[in-house]
Design a protein around this ligand. Sequence first.
Ligand code: ADP
Ligand code: GLC
Length: 473
Amino acid sequence: MKKVLFIASEGLPFVKSGGLADVVGSLPKALEAQGSKVAVVLPMYKSIIEKYPDAKKIKDIQVQSGIIDKTTGIYEIDVDKVPFYFIRQDDYFYRDGLYGYPDDGERFAFYCKAVLDMLPHISFKPDILHSNDWHTGMIPIMCKQEYTDKDYHKYKHVYTIHNLLFQGYFPKEIMRCFNLSDKYYKNGDIQFDDGVSFMKAGILYADKVTTVSQQYAKEIVTSEYGERMEGVLASRQADLLGIVNGIDIEDWNPETDPHIYKNFSSTKPNNKKECKKSLQYQLGLRVADDVLLIGIVSRLTWQKGMNLILDKLGTIMNQDVQLVILGTGENYIENELKKIEHVYPHRAVFYCGYNEELSHKVYAGCDLLLMPSLFEPCGISQLIAMRYGTLPLVRETGGLKDTVRPYNEFDGSGEGFSFRYFNSDEMIYIIAYAINVYYYNKKAWRKLVKQAMTKDVSWNVSANKYQELYESL
Ligand code: ADP
Ligand code: GLC
């Protein structure tokens, strides 16, 4: 079986800003359980250095990335049989945040070089380098073109797009951070407009390109969703496939979850109500187990359809519901949401921030999770919500379309609700419909909850697909 090194910019249990970290923390573990040999490499951010002072140091190496030359540490921490390697370069990664710095291009160009230079020094000997998102997009071209050592030409490359919106686009001067001939800029392989696109390089130089749902794989070759990369993607159509994400069903298990007030399961769902009341109490909402509690756990951006929510907040709150929003993101959305507690006291609450523990409580305590995304490569929140019997109400796009079957009132099938067009009237129509089912068709609702909780949201099927892909290379 092929040995795979996952290369990413974030991953649980070490560091997370979004769903990429969920995937990097759970897919390698699932592959390992199916018999593969997998390792992961991440940048060693400040928070990791502080939290893991005993991380094993493998050695220091000298990394030269274009005009930059720095001594860099390689560290290792093993998690559930999966070795996690770390690239420690404090000038670049000893910072409070992960991304959003003016030198991000230089930081991740360096990271890619350091990862490749690390390979001879670690005991794990991969056959496949599996890179993820723009941060690691340059790995395949660097590996194929910057190294003369034949060992580097044996690696096969898989590149996964988790979000096409973020393409790692930098001014042409970023070329100084690579040991790459100018010809790769001039021939257009890495050039995009007047600069360099790390993601374009990943798409063109990987042996296989994947994204995180079948629907998104279809969408990104169109101009509506392609973020101007649709032509490049279409040129790789034969090697492009969608594999839907799963979640770690041990970490996200309402039967054993230590973060929630009381545990419950699809066969013993009653304690879900206790979780709801405890959440209401904790957040200062009126405690009542019979009112529909709507939740949102999300980055607060337009990608997530937050403008639809803001547009219809009044209409939503005019109905007999409560609302809890957990998230951080764009200032104007945060500022709008900060008002809701005053406008709807004891009925609506906004927790502004990132809070892992509270997210468990929200998934467990709510009845409905709103996710009206403009686009959604896969989405992890709706998978978690279903596992906790919270019905997702989603827009039919990307992974949301692939993973949530809408309620069909004729045969009772489904595990959530959905609407098609990105428009707040459509959304509110479906929200009203869901509210109606909740209050007036309790039997149907209970059935949907059961169907959601018993749906397979694990990695089992998808890990197999990755394995087939690796073996095909
Ligand atoms: P994206 O990666 O685009 O943000 P996903 O749905 O794939 O969206 O993944 C989001 C992940 O981040 C989920 O695990 C979700 O529970 C978590 N998350 C998002 N916002 C918060 C928050 N404010 N606090 C805690 N967890 C959050
Ligand atoms: C990105 C996408 C999200 C996906 C996650 C993990 O953050 O926005 O839809 O679930 O990556 O693949």
